[in-house]
Design a protein around this ligand. Sequence first.
Ligand code: NAD
Length: 290
Amino acid sequence: MKIAFIGLGNMGAPMAANLAKAGHTVTGFDVAGATAEGVAQAGSGPEAVAEAEVVITMLPNGAILRSVADEIIPAMAPGAVLLDCSTVDVDSARAVADQAAAAGLGALDAPVSGGIGGAAGGTLTFMVGGSEEAFAKAKPLFDIMGQKAVHCGPSGNGQAAKICNNMILGVTMIATCEAFALADKLGLSREAMFDVVSTSSGSSWSMNTYCPAPGVGPTSPADNGYKPGFAAELMLKDLGLSQQAAETADADTPMGQRALELYRSFVEDEGGKGRDFSAMLPRFSDRSRG
Ligand code: NAD
């Protein structure tokens, strides 16, 4: 299949490389000049998409997605599918899908879970919004880049699933970190804390798979000086999206709101920018000491 890939950053580059490795003809474009293994480089977005049957975008946010869509949709081949894998707001996802449909194109919003490890290893989970027909066309590509693709319903529903998932992730990471800081104060070893909670009703992905305490549980960014992984500012972005969606939909999400406030202070005032989102643990420990 002829594929165009726009946005060859931390996630996009390994995803595009996996498609090329599987035998697809991939042409890429990144405004910063980034490249990916096995991917031909185009001079612009419109040039990259001209002959593609599927155009994949992996961009930082909804505003950038909208501006890229304005550029590439008029240049896409009739009947092609625009597959956006970025994490963006539901409104941007639906607006871009409408714009693509008006131009006679298919569109899917398909944000991912699994991080840069999942992108490199081809083990991402895709949460997909859009038509059955477009989903069927993209399915073989999901199977290369990931281990699971869930069709969540019409356009925007992939992003809805992603922001709900990440709101749970932000909240459980904070709860796990504050519980470790409390356990420290109570004289409980971190090893004992992990052994109990990871097999008890307090268990979660944040504790069991991505333990925020260094030297405890499976290897995680905590064992690498809290180098991301998943940066705190990206978690802040995702919590902003879930609170924005909650406000629009009139949903009551007080824990999501509190997690947003804590990550905002962490990123903007407490040196959290550029650190993994699990670095909330030293943040709680430091504050507890004061
Ligand atoms: P990144 O910043 O590394 O990559 C984004 C790329 O887009 C950059 O290379 C940038 O130069 C390029 N770009 C920006 N504007 C462009 C334009 N107008 N035209 C072409 N290219 C342009 O970010 P990332 O970590 O790869 O994340 C991409 C998306 O995936 C984000 O929406 C993020 O929230 C989401 N995501 C990231 C992770 C993760 O662990 N990093 C996990 C899941 C989802």
